[in-house]
Design a binder for this molecule. Structure first.
Ligand code: SAM
Length: 263
């Protein structure tokens, strides 16, 4: 470990547990001609293991103080581009357009203060990511990987589940990091879904999902009272639900059909 002045404001909790690093980087099945994005390589704990396995990686790190450390740690490798910039502000599509690849993946131990904005950006920028394996706060991991009927199931679960199959890979203790964070972490794997029914208008889908969860524990009838409840009921009936069902019990693909029908 380096004598480094960790910045809390940048979510700098670096992984020191080699077994966890190994589990994260090997959670992806890297297919041929792959390109992998790592967000926040830090001092390169995961990057070194990643570069052993992948064809090429683009690393986005906001903190230029890490430049020397990273170049030293990664000196055995040439299969990467290191970009010192804010991932959130960067035009990622532009960076990717320079490369020829067939399979895109993302691996990251995310800075927790911007977990949701980063995931939202990946979706909004329509990055053609096949799989991503990310370490996030355990509480958020539970929410994103929850299933209908669970207390954790909510708006963001439904929205992201339209794009990705989400599963929790492992829980990681605070003790695996330096400095030690206040909360436990978990690793989730998000695998691009083969869509059965495509959302016709993503913005409208997002709005319907948001409205459906406006009041937690209320029924669809209460939450979507401004919409055509008859049409909604017909779709719900197809799946064994009705308008008195609570939103937290309804799978994402039913919301897709509802949004497409109401458009
Ligand atoms: N990957 C390293 C590890 O596992 O040890 C470090 C992970 S640390 C939780 C998060 C990293 O993201 C830090 O290196 C931090 O400087 C970087 N970071 C924070 N905000 C960022 C941003 N907006 N864009 C790119 N990197 C960022």
């Amino acid at each position: 470990m380096y004598n480094f002045d960790y910045k809390k404001s940048l979510g700098q909790n670096f992984l020191k547990d080699k077994i966890v690093v190994e589990k994260i980087v090997s959670a992806i099945n890297y297919e041929d001609n792959n390109l992998v994005i790592e967000i926040g390589p830090g001092s390169g704990a995961m990057t070194k293991e990643l570069l052993k396995r992948v064809d090429f990686a683009i690393l986005y790190e906001i903190d230029t103080r890490l430049e020397k450390i990273l170049f030293k740690e990664l000196s055995d490798y040439v299969n990467y581009e290191l970009i010192f910039d804010d991932f959130l502000k960067r035009n990622i599509g532009n960076d990717l357009s320079k490369y020829n690849y067939d399979n895109l993946y993302i691996v990251a131990n995310l800075p927790y203060y911007i977990t949701t904005p980063i995931i939202n950006k990946i979706v909004a920028d329509k990055l053609p990511v096949k799989e991503m394996v990310i370490m996030i706060q355990k509480e958020v991991a539970d929410r994103l990987s929850s299933k209908p009927g669970s207390r954790d199931y909510g708006q963001i679960t439904v929205f992201l589940n339209y794009f990705f199959e989400i599963e929790k890979v492992l829980t990681v203790s605070k003790n695996c990091f330096v400095p030690k964070p206040k909360v436990d972490s978990a690793v989730i794997k998000m695998k691009r879904r083969e869509q059965k029914e495509l959302v016709k208008d993503e913005e409208f889908f997002e709005k319907i999902v948001k409205d459906s969860f406006r009041f937690k524990r209320k029924t669809i009838k209460n939450n979507l009272s401004n919409y055509d409840l008859k049409k909604i009921d017909i779709i719900l009936n197809k799946y064994g639900f009705d308008i008195n069902t609570r939103s937290e019990c309804i799978p994402y693909y039913v919301f897709v059909e509802i949004a497409n029908e109401l458009l």
